[in-house]
Write a protein that binds this ligand. Structure first.
Ligand SMILES: Cc1ncc(COP(=O)(O)O)c(C=O)c1O
Length: 352
C-alpha cells in the first residue's frame, strides 16, 4: 500500500488497478443537495436501499463501510476470533493477509497461480483446508490477474466451507467492472458467503469511500456494531454523493466502458506480441499479471521509471517476484504510450 500511495506515480501509469477518477462536475451534484450532518447511524437508509437494489438483496443484508478496505476489515473481525485460521488465495492482494494477521488470525494459502491459469481449483482448496479453517478468502475478479471465478467453482468452495463450519469471503470490488455481464454477488449462493465491494475500481469513485458488505442479517448486524469501534458514523456528504452516483450509474458505467473498449485491445495486442512474457489474457476487468520469463522485474521497474517515465506494479507486492501488474483503466492515449514504452523497456532488457 505504501508503494501504491507513495511510489506508483508516473507520467505514463499502468500501475493503477481501477478506472480513472470520475469528475464530480459530471454528476448532478449541487450545493443544495449537500449537507454536512445527517442520519447516517447504522447506514444512511437511501444509500442502503440503492446498494441493496444493485446487489439484489434486502437492506438488512447490507453494511456500509469506508471502501472495500474497511468492509474487509469488518467482515474479517466479525467472522474470525484471534488464533482461528483463514485460508487465502495466492497470489494475493497484500492488505487481505496483513489485515487478517493484524486481527490475530492464522493465515494459510492455497495456490491459484499462473500454472493453474489463475483458476481456483476446489480440490486444492480442500487439500489446504484444516479443521481450524473458519474463513476462505477469494477475490473475484482476481487481483492481480483479473481472472473470473465461475459460480460452479464458488459453489464447490462454498460446500467445502460449509462442511467445515466455515465461511467464504469474496472480495468483489473488481467484479463490478463486468457491468451488465456481472454475475449476481456470491451472497446469493448461501448464507455462508460474505461479499465485500465498493464504488472504487469499476466506477472511478474511490474518493467517496462507498464500500459495502453483503452478509446474512445477523452477521451484518454484528459488523455494524464492530463498525462503532472504528468509525461510528460515515461522512454524510460522501454518502449523499454516493447516492447521486448510484442514481446516475448508467452514465458512470458508460464512461468506464468507453475507456476499457479503447484500452483492452491495446493490452491484448501487447500481450500477443511478447514472447518474453507469459500471461493469461483476462477477458474482463482492469488488470493483467504477466510473468517476465527471464530477467529481474525490479530492474524492469527501475528502467521504466528512470528512462521511460512509466509505472507498473512489481509482482513482489503480490508475492510473485517474476510477475508485474498492469492496469487498463487510464486515459487511452496515456495507456497506449505506456504500453509502447513498456515494450521498448522489455526490448532493451532482452538486448542486455
Ligand atoms: C482486492 C482489493 N480489495 C480492496 C481494495 C481496496 O478498495 P477500496 O478503495 O474500495 O477500499 C483493493 C484496492 O486495490 C483491492 O485490490
Amino acid at each position: 500500500m505504501q508503494y501504491a500511495k507513495l511510489r506508483s506515480e508516473a507520467k505514463y501509469s499502468l500501475a493503477a488497478s481501477g478506472i480513472m477518477s470520475y469528475p464530480l462536475a459530471e454528476l448532478p451534484v449541487t450545493l443544495e443537495k449537500l449537507e454536512i450532518n445527517g442520519p447516517t447511524l447504522y447506514g444512511y437508509v437511501p444509500l442502503l436501499e440503492r446498494l441493496a437494489k444493485l446487489s439484489g438483496v434486502t437492506p438488512d443484508c447490507v453494511v456500509t463501510a469506508q471502501g472495500t478496505s474497511l468492509a474487509n476489515h469488518l467482515a474479517f473481525a466479525a467472522t474470525l476470533e484471534p488464533g482461528e485460521e483463514a485460508l487465502v488465495e495466492w497470489p494475493t492482494y497484500e492488505l487481505l493477509t496483513t489485515t487478517l494477521q493484524y486481527l490475530g488470525a492464522k493465515v494459510r494459502f492455497f495456490d491459484r497461480g499462473l500454472e493453474r491459469g489463475f483458476r481456483v481449483d476446489p480440490e486444492e482448496v480442500e487439500r489446504k483446508t484444516t479443521p481450524q479453517t473458519r474463513l476462505i478468502v477469494l477475490t473475484n475478479l482476481h487481483n492481480p490477474s483479473g481472472a473470473l471465478i465461475d459460480d460452479a467453482t464458488l459453489r464447490a468452495v462454498g460446500e467445502i466451507a460449509r462442511k467445515n463450519n466455515a465461511r467464504v469471503l469474496v472480495d468483489e470490488v473488481y467484479l463490478e467492472s463486468m457491468f451488465e455481464l456481472r454475475p449476481r454477488p456470491a451472497i446469493h449462493l448461501g448464507d455462508h458467503f460474505v461479499v465485500t465491494s465498493s464504488l472504487t475500481k469499476a466506477y472511478g469513485l474511490s474518493g467517496v469511500r462507498c464500500g459495502w458488505i453483503l452478509a446474512a442479517p445477523e452477521l451484518a448486524q454484528r459488523m455494524r456494531l464492530i463498525h462503532d469501534l472504528y468509525g461510528v458514523n460515515a461522512a454524510f456528504p460522501a454518502d449523499l454523493i454516493s447516492v447521486v452516483a448510484l442514481d446516475n450509474l448508467d452514465r458512470v458505467i458508460g464512461r468506464a466502458k468507453k475507456l476499457l473498449a479503447a484500452n483492452r485491445p491495446v493490452l491484448d495486442e501487447f500481450l500477443r506480441s511478447r514472447d518474453d512474457l507469459a500471461c493469461v489474457q483476462p477477458e474482463f476487468g482492469t488488470v493483467a499479471f504477466p510473468k517476465l520469463k527471464s530477467g529481474s522485474v525490479d530492474d524492469l521497474d527501475t528502467l521504466l521509471r528512470e528512462k521511460y517515465e512509466t509505472g507498473i506494479v512489481p509482482g513482489k507486492y503480490f508475492g510473485e517476484d517474476q510477475h508485474f501488474r498492469i492496469g487498463i483503466g487510464g486515459d487511452p492515449e496515456m495507456t497506449r504510450i505506456g504500453f509502447e514504452r513498456l515494450g521498448k523497456a522489455l526490448d532493451e532488457m532482452r538486448a542486455l
